[in-house]
Design a binder for this molecule. Structure first.
Ligand SMILES: [Zn+2]
Ligand SMILES: [Zn+2]
Length: 478
């Protein structure tokens, strides 16, 4: 129980923030448990960094996290939602269910050693350029710290880890939400690697992606061109129309593509070509509206080039529904834990990385700071969005990367495999632990968060996945 005295002095000092920012007995016990696990956080993160397994193929990473949790007395349910590498693990009984999400997929085509200069690992096809090795490690470490605190304090409640595969373009969490796996959860927490420490309530864009496949007729490109119909022409015509659409889209929309197949020899009219599109907008209805125009462009392109087209939805995410009550609580916990302090060797690493940035880099010293709290629109997308429409959800970012580092860069891969990344993951683990203690013990906060969630979602809200009813694309990285 908190005494009145620190409450009063905190009010005087801090204009009485909604959540007190000093450790009470429960918090300091949980925090010292979380701190004692920094080696565990590092060991999990470094193993997953080495493996760098891509979406839906994270067999070793998923097994490592499951085995670690089982060893700590968690009840593990593997292979949930029809996804072999997705899992749930729970400890405790009765009380509220506080969930923590854990990602672990790497990105294909980006490969880097844990060095501050550009250097590839020979033969390695993927890398942790989004720091999901840290995400998985920090979250599991937090769940284990909370589990010890639940046991030692005799607090009723359950801490549950969701092992969520294939965040990058695979929307693993959407299938888990669609399967109803979050229905009994009170609050869900997540975090992400980053170049700064912040619990700002950042929304994200809804998105949808699909592969558009054009089929034509092959022929000798010089000997019998009149007999051919180029599937690549279909792709190019579609892209031209999509590029014109860009001028007539809402300000906050985003649309981008890559050609994933365009034929193999200029003297063969390609009978197959494929283009992979992403469409994003703050509102799912905005995505749907642009999407309908993009489908028209695909049909028009096929008609005009004498080809046929069909498409497969690959992934789709709802935007993040931020919960300001919870975000302010997380902000207070993050401030209690503090930022990343570099050793001399880490500072040297950071300076070398920073010297590779074209743009003026952020101040390296900002890794030790916590950014001001704000509510803002972010332009990325995440499958945490679907979780945030199923249950009140809150997250944070920590400075696992050198300030100024962009996600999906070799600089992000490098730091994610060093003590800088591990320290950031540990800060997340400690912050999530403190947040969990608050959520288990503060019934009013849970009720207020639920009220805000219900109001923001609206009384008539019906969940709709942006990827429709397709099955998980378990082979999308093969
Ligand atoms: Zn990413
Ligand atoms: Zn990510």
């Amino acid at each position: 129980m908190r005494s009145i005295l620190p409450a009063l002095s905190a009010c005087l000092l801090m204009a009485c923030a909604a959540t007190p920012a000093w450790p009470d007995a429960a918090e300091s016990e949980a925090l010292s448990q979380a701190r004692s696990q920094s080696e565990l956080t590092e060991s999990l993160a470094s193993q997953m960094w080495d493996w760098a397994e891509v979406g839906y193929q994270e067999e070793k990473s998923s097994a490592l996290l499951q085995d670690t949790l089982a060893g700590e007395g968690f009840t593990v349910t593997p292979g949930v939602a029809g996804i072999p590498t997705a899992f749930m693990a729970e400890y405790g009984s009765g009380g509220p269910v506080i969930a923590i999400l854990a990602e672990f997929d790497a990105l294909p085509g980006i490969n880097q050693t844990a060095s501050p200069v550009r250097e590839e690992v020979p033969g390695k096809g993927a890398g942790h350029a989004c720091g999901h090795n840290l995400f998985g490690a920090g979250s599991v470490s937090a769940a284990i710290a909370v589990r010890h605190w639940l046991e030692e304090s005799g607090t009723p409640g359950r801490v549950r880890i969701y092992g969520t595969p294939a965040e990058e373009g695979g929307s693993g969490k959407v299938y888990m939400v669609r399967a109803g796996l979050f229905e009994d959860v009170d609050i869900a927490m997540h975090w992400h690697a980053g170049d700064r420490n912040t619990a700002a309530a950042n929304t994200s864009l809804a998105n949808r992606s699909a592969k558009f496949r054009f089929r034509g007729i092959s022929a000798h490109a010089a000997g019998a061109p009149e007999r051919g119909r180029s599937a690549l022409d279909g792709v190019e015509a579609m892209n031209m129309m999509a590029n014109m659409m860009h001028e007539h889209m809402p300000q906050d929309a985003r649309m981008h593509y890559v050609i994933t197949s365009g034929g193999s020899a200029p003297n063969v009219v390609p009978d197959f070509a494929e283009v992979f599109y992403y469409v994003r907008h703050p509102d799912p209805k905005g995505v749907e509206a642009i999407w309908a125009r993009l489908e028209d462009a695909a049909r028009g392109a096929a008609q005009g080039t004498g080809t046929k087209v069909d498409w497969e939805i690959i992934h789709g995410n709802n935007p993040l529904l931020v919960n300001e009550k919870l975000a302010r609580m997380m902000d207070a916990k993050l401030r209690q834990v503090g930022g990343v302090e570099y050793t001399d060797a880490e500072l040297e690493f950071a300076e070398t990385i920073a010297s590779t940035f074209d743009n003026p880099a952020r101040d390296i010293a900002s890794a030790a700071e916590i950014q001001p709290f704000e509510v803002s629109l972010g332009y990325g997308s995440t499958d945490v969005g679907d979780v945030s429409y199923a249950v009140p959800t809150v997250g944070l970012r920590t400075a696992t990367w050198v300030p100024g580092t962009s996600a999906h860069s070799w600089q992000a891969v490098a730091a994610s495999g060093t003590s800088i990344g591990y320290k950031g993951a540990q800060i997340a683990a400690e912050t999530l632990t403190l947040a969990a203690v608050e959520l288990f013990t503060n019934e009013d906060l849970r009720a207020e968060a639920r009220k805000e969630f219900d109001e923001k979602r609206g009384p008539d809200y019906e969940y709709k996945s942006l990827l429709g009813d397709r099955d998980p694309p378990l082979d999308y990285r093969k």
